[in-house]
Design a protein around this ligand. Structure first.
Ligand SMILES: [Zn+2]
Length: 321
């Protein structure tokens, strides 16, 4: 009998007994603590889900209450795990449910996953109608093809890439050395070319921003060709001029005899001709002047390309490197 009331018997001695429970020889929790020496407390336990009893195979609904033996069986980190051992009310079997939700023994939990169709939603169905049942041979063939592809294509490719990577990154010092050497050589060449350009520009008074072509066989041949063309054109002009003057002289006597006589007189007054014929004297003088001029121009042209007659100044000059 638990000490529910405050009746103190006449032989109760507070010094000796301490409390009414101790006087009665009972625990404060009464009968529920009768297995407390084994670490078991008997509590009222309510089934958290539907189960089938493992012994009688009856369905037991969620919410059925049992007097369960509660025992601490371990820890998940600092969280204690309790087990609740219940006796089936339909048979004599026992089942045990733990606070670790996966652990259940002596019974079977009813599989109650969320069903959207049952709860006003849409059921999930297979979306591909052509997909038949899985053919194990087809699946095997597929996996064999994948294996072959991996062995014959993917692995060699990865190995080739790995080799290439090793080749480029195995010796960074040698690569750096080679690159820097090449850079120095190129820099030296560029500097020499720049100095030669400056020299030519200052020698000919060319603008600083003028870009000079590089000297090679092609540009040399091109420049020579242009120079020859310009020289030929100049010679043609000179000969045409000469012919025109000759023709003018030939038609002079019939065109204007008065002017001719005046010019012939002037020419004779200069004393340049010893001949008595004024026309032939004038002609000889003009032709002589023209020939002298052409000769002097030709001499100039031989020493240097004819700048004034050249259509392309840049084409006539080549760099000396
Ligand atoms: Zn049962």
């Amino acid at each position: 009998m638990q000490g529910f009331n405050k009746y103190y018997p006449p032989d109760f001695d507070p010094q000796k007994h301490g409390s009414l429970n101790a006087y009665q020889g009972k625990h404060a929790l009464g009968d529920r603590a009768r297995k407390l020496d084994k670490g078991i407390l008997i509590v009222r336990f309510e089934l958290p889900f539907n189960i089938w009893c493992g012994t009688c195979n009856n369905h037991i609904g969620m919410g059925v209450r049992y007097n369960a033996e509660k025992k601490k069986i371990g820890n998940y980190y600092s969280t204690p795990i309790y087990s609740f051992r219940c006796k089936c009310h339909l048979c004599d079997g026992w089942f045990e449910i733990q606070t670790d939700p996966k652990a259940i023994s002596g019974a079977r939990q009813k599989d109650e996953e969320w069903d959207p169709a049952e709860n006003g939603g849409f059921a999930v169905h297979e979306t591909d109608p052509n997909q038949g049942p899985v053919d194990p041979l087809a699946a095997l063939e597929k996996s064999t093809d994948a294996q072959n592809h991996m062995n014959n294509v993917q692995i060699p490719r990865i190995e080739a890439l790995q080799n290439l990577s090793d080749h480029y990154s195995s010796d960074p010092y040698a690569h750096s050395l080679r690159v820097r050497k090449r850079f120095r050589e190129k820099k030296k060449l560029d500097k020499a070319r720049e100095e030669a350009d400056e020299h030519i520009k200052s020698a000919y008074g060319l603008p600083e921003t003028l870009a000079l072509t590089t000297e090679d066989e092609e540009s040399k041949a091109k420049a020579k060709e242009q120079w020859e063309q310009a020289r030929q054109a100049m010679e043609e002009r000179e000969s045409a001029k000469r012919r025109r003057i000759g023709a003018e002289i030939a038609v002079l006597p019939s065109a204007s005899s008065s002017r001719l006589s005046a010019r012939a007189t002037h020419s004779r007054a200069g004393g340049s001709s010893s001949s008595g014929d004024p026309v032939s004297a004038l002609r000889a003088k003009i032709l002589g002047n023209t020939a002298r001029q052409a000769g002097s121009l030709g001499g100039l042209g031989r020493s240097k390309p004819p700048d004034a007659k050249s259509s392309n100044l840049k084409g006539g000059l080549v760099k000396r490197v």
